[in-house]
Design a protein around this ligand. Structure first.
Ligand code: ASP
Length: 303
């Protein structure tokens, strides 16, 4: 079964294949690749989402398929106490692929164990968000060469942010110097770090040196300790910091933003976060193309 649960299922070659497919879709006239015309996607979201659910929806529609949207499980049988496993087995009867977002780490793997159709992990708690990481990497690839050494700062709530967990794993496949920028209490989990990573309390320590700044918001919904929340002040980016950055640096953010990324930076040509969201639509079309339009998908089966 072709579940897509983690970026661990990719290597440099499969990423190159997926990006080649993405570029083909990007440059072709709309409607060229109707490979999903008899297919149905279930978008099953137990947590709020704007970009992930809408871009998967739009990607399926662009490939000719249709979508069942369960964006608020409180209106579904989940509110009657139905288990994730039962809901998955039911929705697998009605659809050909399920995108699942759920607050529990490991939930996508649980769903995959009982599903007869592919599960795509749309974010499992503090675990992973593989398709976000792929679209982030695609955005970097559009502006920088992944064949050259790069220097990237991951900034913010690195402890609870799943997008940085998945992205960091992908970046490890390339020649990338990693700068981890976060207040104490929000550090990247040790199992994801390596000795050559450079740690900083704020962006002043590395903004001059990096090719990419990847900002993240504080994941308030995952933090119970109010004192921890008070520690997270002053880690954001500002006009002043942007002046210290390289003219060809790119500024990214998975969105939504809160106050770590002021709107006055939107007009700076180095800001790529809205472009990132558009790349999400393209990469997710490539993922569906890989599932429905090719003999086997680009990524490795779950081990
Ligand atoms: N949209 C991303 C996610 O679902 C980032 C965020 O919510 O901060 O993880």
């Amino acid at each position: 079964m072709s579940h897509l649960l983690s970026v661990d299922q990719f290597d440099i070659q499969s990423i190159a294949d997926l990006f080649a497919l993405t570029e083909k879709i990007e440059t072709a006239p709309r409607g060229t690749y109707k490979v999903a015309s008899s297919s149905v996607l279930t978008n099953l979201f137990y947590e709020p989402s704007t970009r992930t659910s809408s871009s998967f929806h739009s990607a399926m529609a662009r490939l000719g398929g249709s979508v069942i949207s369960i964006n608020d499980v409180s209106f579904s049988s989940v509110s009657k106490g139905e288990t994730l496993e039962d809901t998955i087995q039911v929705m697998a009867q009605y659809s050909d692929v399920i995108v699942l977002r759920h607050p529990d780490k490991g939930s996508a793997a649980r769903a995959a164990r009982v599903s007869k159709v592919p599960i795509i992990n749309g974010g499992d708690g503090v675990g992973e968000h593989p398709t976000q990481a792929l679209l982030d990497l695609y955005t970097i690839h559009k502006h920088k060469s992944l064949d050259q050494p790069l220097s990237i700062a991951l900034v913010g709530d690195l402890k609870h942010g799943r997008t940085v967990h998945s992205l960091l794993k992908l970046l490890r496949m390339y020649d990338v110097q990693i700068h981890l920028v976060s207040p104490p209490g929000f550090l990247m989990p040790p199992e994801l770090t390596q000795t050559q990573d450079v740690w900083h309390r704020d962006l002043h320590g590395c903004i001059q040196d990096v090719d990419v700044v990847y900002m993240t918001r504080v994941q308030k919904e995952r933090i119970q300790d109010a004192t921890l929340l008070q520690q997270i002040s002053n880690y954001g980016i500002s006009l002043e910091l942007m002046q210290l950055a390289r003219p060809d640096m790119i500024l990214m953010h998975p969105l939504p933003r809160v106050d770590e990324l002021p709107t006055c930076l939107d007009a700076d040509p180095r800001s790529k976060y809205f472009e990132q969201t558009g790349n999400g639509l393209l990469v997710r079309q490539a993922i569906f193309y890989s599932l429905f339009g090719m003999p086997i998908p680009c990524w490795r089966p779950v081990s």
